[in-house]
Every structure is written in structure tokens, then in C-alpha cells.
Design a protein around this ligand. Structure first.
Ligand code: UDP
Ligand code: MG
Length: 328
């Protein structure tokens, strides 16, 4: 879009899945924040809040509709069914990119400190195209979430992904960065990994995390695992190299096994040798099976990508911008 650095148009993108308990309180806080940023002359009067309903089964959409009717500054987008947090954020950002100078994405429960927004905007004014939010501590998370997150980020970095540790999907992106992001055609989306990959000027803002005040976490264990698997498999071919390493190791073991078997054979203990052969069959069988599993994972993903399924489809679009909405 215009690319205004001073007093640019901000669109705040908020993914919502079954957030009927949280949305009203959060909308009020966000709306107050928006007004404050406007009166501080940090953002344009045309700034908006975009709620993306990720196919909620509760009253979330009705509440978004009420908010839309009560204010020109609210936009509502609704998925036909649950497409996941990452797709909801992406959809909101892709919608916003034609109307705004920059977006900030934030969770509907406002666990992330909205008062960090000024720092985000400051970095943008200074010239950053992407500003990453990095959480100060994970004290509000339980042991399991803390441990799994640590393992996940360490693995991702080990596999060569340029991810910020403890980065959240609380971030600012300029319209230019969004344009670049829209070129990424992959279906299995992991924004925290893709966005650092874009290569534009970035900076980092640290923010506090609060416990969820309304409702419960919408990130079930299976959703967390899906996110982790998407992250890992969409970013790395190291597992294939691991297969290669395993192949070398089995060859070396096989070599020693052959010496061992020949030795047994030479001294006539062939019955004993039988167990070594069995062992090698097991070893090789295991290695082949694991290799096949890993290659199969990539082949499977290739297959999914070639389908070019739409990522989302807006069921309804509520907007004061007069746009007809977008389809992925
Ligand atoms: N969310 C979503 N789709 C989903 C699951 C979650 O849009 O399938 C949204 C949810 O409404 C919230 C954000 O993603 O705005 C983060 O979810 P949540 O706060 O439940 O996760 P947690 O903070 O527990 O990791
Ligand atoms: Mg949360």
C-alpha cells in the first residue's frame, strides 16, 4: 500500500476460535488501545481491528457481528470451518494488506501485553518491515507447555530454521512484508518459521505474557503436535541426511558383523552365527523401515502440496472497506 511510516494505517488482526468468553473484553481493550494510539498520533484515523473467526462453534461470530454493527473500526471475517490459528492469522493479514500500511497480530485472549504495541510501532517508524514479539518469560505456562516449547525451539534451530526462541505470533508486519509473504505458496503453514525467512529488515520487541483471563486454551495437544510437525517438516531436509548417516552407521556395523560371522564360520560355530545373522537382519530391517518412514513423510507432503487446495474460504465477510474479501 502507501507505506506511510509516520501515522500509518494499522490493522490489528485477531484470530478467534470459540472465544465467546474472551472476545467482548478483548475487543474493548483493543478498541481503547486503538483510540489511544490514534490520539497519540502514532497511527492513522483509518486504522481498524480485524477479527477472524476460525470456524467457531459457539457464539463468537454473533459477538463479532455485534461489534461490527457498533463500530466502523471493526471488521469481521469468518471461515467456513476450523482451519487453525496459523491460517486465521494469514487470512487476516492477507485481507488487511490491501488497506493498511502495517498489521499487528495478537491472540484473542490478549495474553500478550497490548502495551508493547507502541514499541512495535516505534520500530516500524524507524524502518523495520517486520517486528517480532519475543516473550520475556514463560512463568505463566505450565511445566508441560514450557518444556515442550523449549524442546521444539531447540529442535527447530538445530534443523536450521531461522526461528526466534520464544517468539509468538504477536508481531508487526508492513504491507511490503505481507506482499512478500503472499508469494509463499505452501499449504502447511508455519508463520514463525517462514517470516524470518523473508529477509526484510527486522527487529525484536520483548513483551510480558499474562495468564488467560477468560475461557480456556484453544490449543489442544493435537493442535500443538500438528504445529510442531508442520514446523519441522516444512523447514528441513536434515531428517533425510539423518537417514544417510544411519545408512553409514548400519554399513559399519554390518562390516563388523561380517567379520564376526566369518570368524564363527571358520571355527565351525555356525549355530552361534545364526544369531548374528538374525541380529543383522533386525538392524537392517529397522534402518530400512525408519528410512522409508521418513522418505514417506516427505513424499506425503509433496503430494499434499501438489493438490493446491485453497487454504481457506470466507464464508462471510463483514467490512466497512467495501472489499469483496479474498479467497485463498
Ligand atoms: N485459535 C485459532 N484457531 C484454533 C486454535 C486457536 O484461531 O484452531 C486462536 C485462539 O482463538 C487465540 C489464539 O489462536 O486467539 C491462541 O490460542 P490460545 O490462547 O488458546 O493458545 P495458548 O495461548 O493456550 O497457546
Ligand atoms: Mg492464549
Amino acid at each position: 500500500m502507501v507505506g506511510n511510516r509516520q501515522q500509518g494505517i494499522l490493522y490489528i488482526v485477531v484470530p478467534c476460535y470459540n472465544e465467546e468468553e474472551a472476545i467482548k473484553v478483548s475487543a474493548k481493550k483493543l478498541w481503547e488501545k486503538l483510540s489511544q494510539l490514534k490520539s497519540d498520533k502514532l497511527i492513522s484515523e483509518k486504522s481498524r481491528i480485524v477479527f477472524v473467526d476460525d470456524g467457531s462453534k459457539d457464539r463468537t461470530w454473533e459477538l463479532i457481528k455485534e461489534l461490527y454493527e457498533s463500530s466502523d473500526e471493526i471488521i469481521g471475517l469468518r471461515f467456513a470451518h476450523n482451519r487453525g490459528h496459523q491460517n486465521a492469522i494469514l487470512a487476516g493479514m492477507m485481507y488487511a494488506k490491501d488497506y493498511c500500511d502495517f498489521v499487528i497480530t495478537i491472540d484473542a485472549d490478549l495474553q500478550q501485553d497490548i502495551n508493547a504495541m507502541e514499541s512495535f510501532i516505534n520500530e516500524y517508524v524507524l524502518g523495520s518491515e517486520i517486528v517480532f514479539g519475543v516473550r520475556n518469560s514463560r512463568d505463566t505456562d505450565g511445566f508441560f507447555k514450557k518444556a515442550s516449547a523449549t524442546i521444539f525451539y531447540k529442535t527447530m534451530r538445530f534443523l536450521g530454521c531461522n526461528i526466534y526462541e520464544n517468539s509468538a505470533d504477536y508481531r508487526l508486519m508492513s504491507a511490503k512484508a505481507l506482499d512478500a509473504l503472499s508469494e509463499y505458496g505452501e499449504v502447511n503453514l508455519f508463520l514463525r518459521g517462514i517470516i524470518p525467512d523473508i529477509g526484510l529488515k527486522t527487529s525484536v520487541v520483548h513483551f510480558d505474557v499474562f495468564p488467560r483471563e477468560q475461557g480456556t486454551s484453544k490449543y489442544s495437544l493435537s493442535k500443538m503436535i500438528t504445529l510442531a510437525v508442520d514446523g519441522i517438516t516444512s523447514f528441513s531436509i536434515k531428517p533425510i541426511r539423518l537417514v544417510f548417516t544411519m545408512g553409514i552407521i548400519s554399513l559399519v556395523i554390518g562390516f563388523f558383523m561380517v567379520i564376526h560371522i566369518l570368524y564363527e564360520h571358520y571355527f565351525g560355530y555356525t549355530v552361534n552365527g545364526w544369531s548374528s545373522i538374525l541380529m543383522s537382519i533386525w538392524l537392517l530391517g529397522g534402518a530400512i523401515l525408519i528410512s522409508l518412514g521418513i522418505i514417506g513423510e516427505y513424499v506425503g507432503r509433496n503430494y499434499m502440496e501438489t493438490k493446491h487446495r485453497p487454504r481457506y474460504y470466507f464464508w462471510e465477510t463483514l467490512s466497512h472497506d467495501g472489499g469483496d474479501g479474498a479467497q485463498g
